[in-house]
Design a protein around this ligand. Structure first.
Ligand code: AMP
Length: 376
């Protein structure tokens, strides 16, 4: 039988960053209490949590302590030791379990699982050494992208190979860690879909997002995505089918390349995602509230876009400019979210700002005006 966890029960969150903080804001609005496990003090989530445990994410004793004070435990990122989480599953209630971690923290396992569910990825080959790299290049060709199987994000741990000349540059990379060589996808757009599945097995999909990246870091999320309606439908079906076939609970973000009339899945994240932040202001339910509902066994809400929305991601270097603009009358109805990070470091995600308008044309005009002098 599904456990229904009602407020004021305690939700334990592994990881104290902005995703955990926004989960906690939703949880606390509903009357839940929140506990966090995070090595750093003063984390974005700890600032609003009811209880804080400062220890590494894979510290067994600390995890047991979190489980003992929580009625349900979730995670805000995927790079947590999945064996340690598996060992904790008999100690307390972690409805998502360790499987989504094991699957999404390893690119080879992830892409193989996506293919096994019947969906397309770029062609890929596992590479453990230089001779395997040369063999892989024969199959995949140029241009291709070499990616470490673990640990990469926002373009880190990735090398584009354009010709044989580039092979020497990555020799030490492939000799020191397992990688995959992936075919380059000449995509026209990047989109993502956030989908949630409750412990009650209900599945709900959020409106499809079009994403624009700068230097591999998300810059804009635009909703509705400007792609053919049949591709929107296809992306929604992929999301709902994938979360069921993978038998995941909670929120899953699916990053997808659009190429002509087709969709190619790039990667998965078993948690709320940066490209879903628009849902806080743009939808009748946010990805964070939906995630809390999912793990607590509450009914999910069918997501609806209230009006066209564009989210602009804010990195450390963007905050001063944004604060100055936001207080001007033309941008004052934009919704500002800052995550309470101690340092406004360059290229570090520190917040986002959401613009909405019933007219897509007016919305684009306002965002373009806001971005005119946006720092690089
Ligand atoms: P990832 O870390 O896999 O999400 O990749 C970061 C970004 O690199 C993506 O958002 C794409 O813009 C680009 N990228 C990654 N893989 C590919 C690929 N196979 N073909 C073309 N571009 C890619």
């Amino acid at each position: 039988m599904t456990s229904v966890i009602l407020p004021p029960s305690t939700i334990g969150i592994i990881g104290g960053g902005q995703l955990g903080r926004m989960m906690a804001i939703s949880a606390k609005q509903m009357g839940y209490k929140v506990a966090v496990l995070e090595p750093a003090t003063l984390s974005p989530l700890a600032q609003i949590a009811d209880a804080e445990i400062n220890a590494p994410y894979d510290d067994q004793a600390a995890l047991h302590q979190l489980l003992s004070i929580s009625d349900v435990v979730t995670y805000e990122f995927e790079n947590i030791n999945s064996d340690v989480i598996q060992a904790c599953e008999s100690v307390g209630y972690i409805p998502q379990g360790h499987r989504p971690l094991a699957l999404t923290q390893h690119r080879y396992i992830e892409k193989t699982a996506i293919n096994n569910c019947g969906f397309k990825t770029a062609p890929f080959e596992k590479v453990n050494n230089f001779s395997q790299l040369k063999e892989a290049v024969k199959k995949i060709g140029y241009p291709s992208i070499l990616k470490t199987v673990t640990g990469g994000y926002d373009g880190k741990g990735q090398w584009t190979l354009k010709s044989e000349l580039d092979l020497q540059h990555v020799q030490s990379v492939v000799e020191n860690q397992t990688c995959i060589l992936e075919g380059f996808v000449p995509f026209t757009k990047e989109i993502s879909v956030i989908v949630t599945r409750g412990t009650n097995k209900q599945v709900e999909t959020f409106p499809v997002v079009e994403n624009v990246h700068h230097n591999h870091i998300l810059h804009l999320s635009i909703v509705p995505a400007k792609i053919e309606p049949h591709l929107i439908k296809k992306a929604e079906i992929i999301a709902a089918t994938l979360i069921e076939k993978l038998d995941f609970i909670g929120t899953l973000a699916i990053e997808i390349f659009v190429i002509e009339n087709d969709l190619i899945i790039n990667e998965l994240a078993p948690r709320p995602h940066n490209s879903g932040h628009y849902t806080i202001d743009g939808c009748n339910v946010s990805q964070f509230e939906q995630h809390i509902r999912a793990i607590c066994g509450l009914p999910l809400i069918e997501p609806k876009l209230i009006q066209p929305t564009i989210m602009v991601n804010l990195l450390g270097q963007h905050v001063e400019y944004t604060l100055n603009s936001w207080i001007q009358p033309e941008f004052s109805d934009a919704k500002l979210h800052l995550y309470g990070k101690e340092e406004m470091r360059v290229n570090r995600k520190v917040g986002h700002i959401t613009f909405m308008n019933e007219s897509e044309e007016k919305l684009e005009e306002t965002v373009n005006q806001f971005l005119i002098n946006f720092p690089k």
